[in-house]
Every structure is written in structure tokens, then in C-alpha cells.
Design a protein around this ligand. Sequence first.
Ligand SMILES: [Zn+2]
Length: 218
Amino acid sequence: MESVFIIVVILVAFFFVIQKRYLRQDELKDSAYKKKGALLNSQETAFYNALISAVGQHGVVLAKVNLANVLTPLATEKKQWFIANNRIAKSYFDFVVCDPRTLEVRVAIELDNGKELNKGKVDRQKLLIHVCKSAGIPLIGASIKHSYQVSRLRRLLAAHIDLIESDKEVRFCKRCGSPMTVKIASQGEHKGRRFFTCSRQPQCTYTENYNVVFDEAE
Ligand SMILES: [Zn+2]
């Protein structure tokens, strides 16, 4: 009698396990999917092509990289960590350029689609600017209207990635008319970044942002 009881218990348990399993599969079957299509739209693809051409062999370009894959909150307290992580978990960088050997992110690029500023767009830009500044990742804003200009992109990147050489450029000092030379900042907020300085230093102390021509054009 006892053994019959044990067999019944085993059978019932077996039944429940099987049922649970099939139920779970049914739940998955309820949600069907279809492909969204290309990962990038045509404007983004045009920019991507210009970007890989500007970067060449000196970097790896990745698109739509989740912020949480690149950044982690500094907070050590669990709750604060989750709050900070939730803040970035749903956002992604449009493009990042990574070191080709280590795949460490060197520069993040935000592509402005030229559409009107709305609250969502402003919030996104605020978040990107904050996280990049906080984590020390240079953030380049690129407008869709310049997307095809490979030399311009290369110059923007050259200020941050030392392997990328932009086409040689001659500039003359705005103040005294002497030729200017390119130097790399050794300290301060812009450490490692290139800038133009007057060749008559220290008599003339004029310096210029590497990308000033483009900043003015924006
Ligand atoms: Zn000068």
C-alpha cells in the first residue's frame, strides 16, 4: 500500500514539472517577433561610412552601444548604484570609436539628426554631456549636414586620438601673424588634446582650439 502511495506522489510531482515546463514554452510562443530591418537608417549609415573612412585602421567604430556597457556608476552604496545605473541603462551612444587593440572607448559621437529640439532630445543631450564629462570620455557632436565630410571628421577625431593624423594644416596667429604650431596639452581639463600655439612664444601667448574653424562654422 505504501509503495503505491509513493508512486502516486512521484507521478503527481512529475506531472507538475512537465506542465510547468510546457507552460513556460507556451508563454514564449505567445510573444512572436519580426526583424526591425537595418540597424542604422540611411542618414546614420552615411555617417557611419564617413566615420570608418576617417578612422581607418586606427580605431574600431561601433554603433548604438548601450551606456551601461561603457560606464558604471562610481557609487559604492547599493541603492545609489542602482539609481545611477538605471539612469543610463536605457540610453546608448550613437557611435563610439574604440582603441583597435583593447576596444576601450576613446571617443563618443552623438549624431544630431537636425530635427527640432524637444524635451526628450534635450534630456538625452544633458545625460550624455554629464556622463561623458564625469567619466572623462570626449564627446563629439556631429551634425547630419556635415556627415559626408571625411576630412572634417578626421580633424575632430585627431584632437582626441593621437594615432589619427589630420591633413597638414597651416595656420597663422590672429594676433601677430606668425605661423602657429601644434602642441599637446600636458595638463588641465584638456590634457592630451591638441591645440595650436603661436610660434613666437613666449613673446606672443595666443593659442587656439584645434577645431576652432569648425566650432565657428557650427
Ligand atoms: Zn602670435
